[in-house]
Write a protein that binds this ligand. Sequence first.
Ligand code: GTP
Length: 335
Amino acid sequence: MEQNDRLIPVHLLSGFLGSGKTTLLTRMLDYYKEQGMKPAVIMNELGDTNLDGQLLGEEVPMAEMLSGCICCSIRGDLGMEISMLIDEHQPDVLFIESTGAANPMETLDGVTEAALYKPIDLRSVITVVDGPELLARSRSGKGRTFKLMQEQIRCATVLLLNKADKLEPEQLVEAQQLLGDVNPHVPATATVRCAIDDWSWLERAMSSKAPRTIRETDSHEHERAEQQTHDHGHHHHHSHDHVMVVTHYWKGPISSEDFEELLQRLPDNIYRAKGIVTFTDAPSRFLFQYAYRESDFMRIEPQGKVNDVAVFIGEHFEKDWLLRELEKLEKPEQS
Ligand SMILES: Nc1nc2c(ncn2[C@@H]2O[C@H](COP(=O)(O)OP(=O)(O)OP(=O)(O)O)[C@@H](O)[C@H]2O)c(=O)[nH]1
């Protein structure tokens, strides 16, 4: 990768059908447009038409991935789609809105694939929760839908408890508690139509150590809700985001032995890694895959430009430790 390539922030939007993802997306796009920045969007729909896309306005570059789900049947295309959108429009920031049926962990895998081709930086997994629907699903038992909802909540680095206007105060407390049980690492923010005062968290890197407490707009109406949100956040101080992706662009070739040795030492909470690497002690470049303690290397001769990059996915791991280890690989004589 050229040194002056800047990393393009990527935000993944998840949440159940009708929870308010498009409402939120519209607000985030406005936030960037007001700053004179150019956002782009990838929208995924299971069907073969994209109605939400019509709502976004023609000036926002958009790629539609229809008739399949980016977390499963068309996951392999996502990396390519991201890469093409970046080539064509050079956006300042990229949003990916997945279908309500998508599992964010699986989608993340597809997103990180794009790091092989383009300098991207996954900033957040934002999950919009439909408050009334969450309560209804939690009461009706343990269906697959509720499981998926929980997975989307669990994987979030930013959580919105939306449709707060349709919840009684005690229901709001109950919903907050449910969210806190499933994902104790991220304080949920109660919102009405995904309205939030301060969007500065969008600029923060995913590894940010500060708890992500977001203030909603219209605070007098929901002051109580916010107080609860706040209290909740204090009970669960977190120093790492729940799901973490670290993308490292290699500065040069590294020793294959040292790299394999590092892979063996990775903590259990880093459960996936992949990328492309050039070794000092082998003639070709390699695609490597690491999953659940098994690693695999394959010689490649890429057509066109691909980056030497390594992507790590896991939960609560020490990003700084990992980055230090990767840097040591790049300058072994100084370690
Ligand atoms: N009462 C209420 N309605 C809301 C709120 N947020 C969104 N809605 C409405 O809920 C509906 C669905 O909102 P969308 O933003 O389209 O939701 P989505 O998650 O993109 O929906 P899909 O694309 O179908 O998955 C729309 O009619 C919104 O106007 C809210 O906070 N309160």
